[in-house]
Each structure stands twice: as C-alpha cells, then as structure tokens.
Design a protein around this ligand. Sequence first.
Ligand code: RM4
Ligand code: MN
Ligand code: MN
Length: 441
Amino acid sequence: MLTAVWQPHLYAKSMRIAREQIHDQNRRNEAGHREALNFLTGRLKKDGHDTERLLKSIADFQLAIPSWALGTGGTRFARFTGGGEPRSLEEKIMDVGLLHALNRSSGSISLHIPWDIPGNATEVMALAGELDLEFDAVNSNTFQDQANQDYSYKFGSLSHTEKSVRQKAIQHNIDVINYGKALGSKALTVWLADGSCFPGQSNFAKAFQRTLSSLNEIYSELPDDWKMFVEYKPYEPNFYSTVIQDWGTSFLLAGKLGAKAFTLVDLGHHLPNTNIEQIVATLMMEGKLGGFHFNDSKYGDDDLTVGSIKPYQLFLIFNELVYGMNNPASTNPPPAWMIDASHNVKDPLEDLLQSVEAIKLAYAQALLVDHEELEAARDNNDAVLAQEILQQAFRTDLRPLIAEARLIAGGALDPVSAFRSLNVRKHLIGERGFKTVSTGL
Ligand code: RM4
Ligand code: MN
Ligand code: MN
C-alpha cells in the first residue's frame, strides 16, 4: 500500500510515494546493481573517464513533462482510455510528482492552455513546490476551436486571412504568457496548425508575413527574461502545406523576431530520414536552438516512446547537443528539454519513465565521446576511426551509471519495476476511478 498523505487542500487525498518505500524497493536490487556498477566504473576509469563528473551531469539533467501526456492518447480513429487518469491540473501535477519521486529527473511540468488553465495560481504553485516541481514553458493552443467561441481557426490562426481572427489568436497567446507569469514559467511555445490542405488554397508568402506580424505582436508582450519557442512541423493537420513547415522557416521567423525568439525541434516533426542531428548542429552554431521535444517515430508525428525505434539516431542527436553545449564558442543558451509523447497502448506513466530513461542514456553515452579525438579523425578524413569513436560510446551499456545517479538523488534503481511493485496504477484507479479521461491528446 502507498502512503496517502492528508493535507488541507483539494488534492489532499492524492497518493505520494514516500522515500522509504523507494528505499525498500532499492534494497532488493542493491547487490546486483553494485556488481554491475563496479564493473562499469572500472572500465570507464581505465578508459580515462571521470565517473564522478558523469554522475553529476546525469543527475543534473532534468526533463519537463507535458501536462497533456499524462492520460492515454488516441488516434483519429479511437482513444482507449486507461484507468486512473488525472482529471484535473492538480492530479496531473500529482502524477508528475510520482514520476519525479521515482526518477528524480522529471522536475518540471509544461502546461497547454486552455487544456490546463491554472485556476488558483498560488495553490497550484504550492502543490508543485511540495513535490519539488517547477513550471516549464507554457503552450498556446490555436489549433482547436473552444466551446462558445464565436470565431474559428478552421482556416488558420496567427496566419488567418481575417484580421479579427488573427487578433483573437494573438490575444490568446498573450493570455498564455500571463498564466505562465503567475506560475514562474519563462517561455512560451508556439506551435501552429496553420497551413493548407490543397494546392492553390493559400498564398505562401502572405501567410508567412501575416504569421510574422502576429508573432511580432506577441513578442512585444514577452517579458525580458522570457523566451519564445517557435515549433515547426511539415504536415498534419494540414496535408498540403504548413506555414511553419521546417527548421529553416522557424529559424527565419526567430531571426526576424529578435534575441528572445528561438527554434524548437520536435523529433517527430520531420519527414522520414531527415538528418535531425545536422539541424541541431546548425541551430546551435547560430545560437538559436531554444527547445526540444523528445519522442520517437517510425513514419510521422507518431509520438512514440523516446528511443523505442531509433536509439542510434537519438545518440547522434545528443552527440551534437553535447558538442553544442560544451563548445566554448557557442552562444546557444541551454535548451529547454521536454518529452512530447502520446501513449496509445502503454500506461502513460510507465511510458514516460521509459522515455526519461532513454534520454538520459543517450545523453550519458554522448558524454563519453572524446571530441578532440573525433575532430582529429575528421581532420584526417578517417571515417573508420570516427565511426569507431561514436559506436564505442553508443555501445557502452551505461544503465548502471544512470541508476546510480538516480539512487544518489533518492530515486528508484529501477523506476518501472518500482512503479509496478508499488501498485501505483491500482492505487490511482482506486482514487480516481476506472473510466477517467484526461484533457490533452
Ligand atoms: C503538436 C506539437 C506541439 C504539441 C501539440 C499537442 O504536434 O508537437 O508541441 O503542443 O502537438
Ligand atoms: Mn511538440
Ligand atoms: Mn507533435
């Protein structure tokens, strides 16, 4: 049974995982873990790696969890909801608290407005604070019409041909900034569904210019210590053209908007086989990579568990990210990391635990790459050696090191198995019911 801590708040009855429960779980796996860790650190030290530094970097790496990914996702055909899904923003925050208690790496939550409007910001902040969580970027939504809306985004929002509709979409983004201010967020993420479904439907240049001018109005309301992230996507929901279709378009907008505007890369927002690592390198070179949405995909914006389909690509992306972050000439601020996934068949919380693990693993493997050696191989045009260096890092099983970083931080050695043996989902179903549907995707 999990500890139910009663507090004088609305969310008082919600379950929390006590540290002691995690320690109990860890004791069961401790011996096997020590053995694997000693073997690994012995090898790493022999190869000249500073394992203490690696542990610290791994522990410091925090990922934001989107408020819309805590329930079951769906496709345009069906949605098969799971049990015990969070029914309110408070319950979503509780869920992220559970993840963070288990892995100590999910220390923030990103809100999508109006799916998750914070009613009482002070209470919401207090709850997050209790669970050691912060608020990451706030996201605007001008891709759906809301009930009682007397205008429509059917033909676009910030790029709409009608000024009055653009004005509503601009105002919505400003409202989102204001919600974020009250919660301590420091960034606004704009993703637009704007585009066209048929050739001839839209004037590309005019749609771009209208978008730029709308974004400019939003940008002028952005506080000085905030950033604006412009997310791109090649298709869907529009199938012929998207106004902000690729990194080049987003980069162009960010450049025209100003120093607080950046490009956001979502791994699922590329056409098949796009070289995403090269996009990352270019954006970081220009100091314009602001945010990152992790997921994995086979075909399109599948929003699958990070690392489930193309783990080597994930590693290659991290290799560029680490290079970009450590390159002394880089002016790129540390990007905001978030998971943007959807869970159609898995338990959302288990899926998120798996994604966080995959990201940390790829990050840690990328930290093993000796960039001086790699540069030397490149300068000598030694493709064989360059591949050896990368694959040596990629094929090193760093899972014991990730587990150790989590253990030191007070998390579970094996978060998914702890989640299962603590019966977290069963407990949530008991608390919230079986037929629950949370807002989001
Ligand atoms: C989009 C995009 C955005 C997310 C929405 C829900 O495809 O990834 O980041 O806000 O989905
Ligand atoms: Mn995204
Ligand atoms: Mn997406």
